[in-house]
Design a protein around this ligand. Structure first.
Ligand SMILES: Cc1cc2nc3c(=O)[nH]c(=O)nc-3n(C[C@H](O)[C@H](O)[C@H](O)COP(=O)(O)O)c2cc1C
Ligand code: SF4
Ligand code: FES
Length: 574
């Protein structure tokens, strides 16, 4: 242990020291990259350099699933076991691999060369069953042998994109990132140019006129949020882009980052200009290694072209962007937990108010927006608010990305105008249910969403129509289940997801998610007991009403909706 070569880490820490504690996650990533885990001398060096108590360093290491305290296998294969992948046979893949590794690797070394681990949704749901092999995505029905995966085989899945409009995804589908030159040729950065010709207030006004509503799940009007931060007292103001995408069933932000990184950078720049931010952060989910690499490369291109840094394109606007990686915690998608994570702490949500626009990152006024929200911004500036409003409906203007997975003929990312019906999306664009089988259930909004049935096939996909139907739009996730699926098993997987991802800060969610998982697991394996109905209702409504943050408040929503639709699944037969 004493002869550990810390020089690489020390060099990295040298660049992080000015950030103090905020450099903690980047430092831990650097250590893990070098050693495969966080050895004690590395943790001590990090604590010393960043002036963070060692106990706090370990508190952070323990919080994030991707940081390891013990040496691990050289190759870790993560297999997603959330609903879309489970339906595509993920459990079987995992069992086969585990058996095969045990047979082949037995007794070779004290530390296994390869291990297989169950993972929550990897944001590759359209390629189910999905795997990450040391961060490299692999997906599709034919999963290679583990030996081939270790040897680098297995296709990097290519995005499947369907469209009823071609705006946000106009540059997507090449199977590689769009370069700066290509982006410019397609009219890219014209929105930034337009924005810089206006005053920040005028840009905010244009976004308000366009009626842009946040795409991250909370459906908050973007222009209003920007105005509030711009009006907040005090000078320092941050722009944060939330790319933590980890809701089971969601993969839209990954595709946008992988295929059209400059659209996102342009959206970030316009937002920063409008609110007066000189510094921004792009926080990317830890598992999204490839999108992180693509965005980092695009950032280098943008800096070299004078689009990021001092006096951008010769204007008075100066802005610096830093890309941060998460480390395997769904809760860090919650905006205040994300701030804590950037600040180098465990991702525990804060109590609100105060809201981020008055006291956000480092206690300063902050705007946080989702990737897709910011990708809409260049469109608004280049088309003008009136042009943008030609797409979609009056109350839900613009294009929307939907992530369609499960029992669908063509799972994938679909760009549609708000206002088409679910039937048009499912049957018209995605080819209908897989194998023409009857549809049993549809989950809108991911794990935090709600179920429906064929009765809602003709619901219009808008904020207002879905609200009226009692269905959440969430971030645009739709998972389809045909008549062969065991819904109790699906519910168990959703309940397990929340139990494993609850941060534990508040009691209703910490305990409620565990009890909910236990009861549903029992129901799924041996059928319901007489008290289960009441217990699940009690736990579900307590979590909904008394949890501190959105995770606990929605952890029972899919279960409660299933109880309304299929009470027989939860009631013991006398
Ligand atoms: C548990 C939880 C996870 C979340 N995950 C994400 C996420 O991955 N991406 C995202 O943009 N918003 C996520 N949100 C919503 C954010 O808190 C926030 O509302 C959003 O980033 C604001 O962006 P918007 O206004 O552009 O929608 C999450 C919220 C909760 C409660
Ligand atoms: S609701 Fe759950 S995730 Fe949110 S703060 Fe409470 S314990 Fe943490
Ligand atoms: S990658 Fe498996 S459900 Fe999303």
């Amino acid at each position: 242990m004493d002869d550990l070569d810390l020089s690489f880490l020390k060099n990295k820490l040298f660049t992080l020291v000015p950030q103090g504690r905020s450099g903690l996650l980047p430092a831990l990533h650097a250590a893990q990259e070098q050693f495969g885990y966080i050895p004690e001398p590395a943790a001590m060096e990090i604590a010393r350099s960043l002036r963070v108590p060692l106990a706090d360093v370990y508190g952070v290491v323990d919080f994030y699933a991707m940081f390891l305290k013990q040496p691990a296998a050289k190759t870790i294969i993560h297999v997603c076991a959330d609903p879309a992948c489970a339906m595509a046979g993920a459990d079987g893949v995992m069992k086969r691999m585990t058996r095969s590794i045990a047979r082949t690797e037995k007794g070779v070394d004290s530390l296994p060369a390869v291990t297989v681990e169950r993972a929550p949704c990897l944001g590759l749901c359209e390629h189910a069953p999905a795997l990450l092999v040391q961060g490299r995505p692999v997906g599709g029905e034919k999963v290679p042998r583990y030996q081939d995966l270790v040897a680098g085989k297995g296709l990097h899945p290519r995005s499947v994109i369907g469209r009823a409009v071609n705006l946000l995804t106009a540059n997507c589908g090449k199977g590689r990132p769009t370069t700066l030159e290509e982006y410019r040729q397609s009219g890219g950065y014209a929105g930034l140019e337009k924005a810089l010709s206006l005053s920040p207030r005028e840009v905010i006004e244009e976004v308000k006129l366009a009626g842009l509503v946040g795409r991250g799940g909370a459906a908050f009007p973007t222009g209003v949020k920007w105005e509030s931060a711009a009006n907040a007292p005090g000078e320092t103001c941050y722009l944060v882009c939330n790319a933590d995408e980890a809701e089971p069933g969601t993969f839209k932000d990954r595709v946008m980052m992988e295929e059209d990184p400059h659209r996102l950078l342009e959206g970030i720049l316009i937002a920063a200009y409008a609110i007066g931010a000189r510094k921004g952060y792009l926080y990317i989910r830890g598992e999204y290694l490839y999108p992180y690499q693509v965005m980092s490369q695009a950032l280098v291109e943008a800096c070299a072209a004078g689009l990021i840094g001092k006096k951008i394109t010769g204007s008075e606007f100066t802005f610096d962007l830093e890309i941060r990686r998460g480390a395997g915690a769904y809760i860090c998608g919650e905006e205040t937990a994300l701030f804590e994570s950037i600040e180098g702490k465990r991702g525990l949500p804060r109590l609100k108010p105060p809201f981020p626009t008055t006291a956000g990152l480092f206690g300063k006024p902050t705007v946080i927006n989702n990737v897709e929200t910011l990708c809409n911004v260049p469109l608004i500036l280049s088309m003008g608010a009136a042009g943008y409003r030609q797409i979609g409906t009056k109350k839900s203007p613009g294009p929307k990305l939907f992530c369609l997975s499960g029992d669908v003929t063509r799972p994938g990312l679909y760009e549609v105008p708000f206002g088409i019906t679910f039937r048009e999306l499912l049957e018209g664009l995605a080819g209908g249910g897989r194998g023409g089988r009857p549809l049993q259930a549809v989950l809108f909004g991911g794990a935090a969403g709600a179920f429906t049935t064929v009765k809602d096939l003709d619901v219009r996909l808008t904020f207002e129509d879905l609200r009226a139907a009692g269905l959440p739009l969430g971030s645009g996730v739709i998972t389809v289940f045909d008549d062969t699926r065991d819904l109790r098993d699906v519910l168990f997987r959703l309940a397990r997801f929340f139990a494993e991802e609850s941060c534990g800060k508040c009691y209703p969610c910490q305990t409620g998610t565990r009890r909910q998982e236990e009861i549903i697991q029992r129901i799924a394996s041996s059928g319901p007991q007489p008290e289960d109905w009441e217990r699940l209702q009690d736990i579900g409504w307590t979590m909904t009403d008394a949890s501190i943050c959105g995770l606990g408040q929605t952890a029972a929503s899919a279960v409660l909706s299933a109880m309304r639709l299929w009470p027989q699944l939860f009631k013991a037969v006398d």
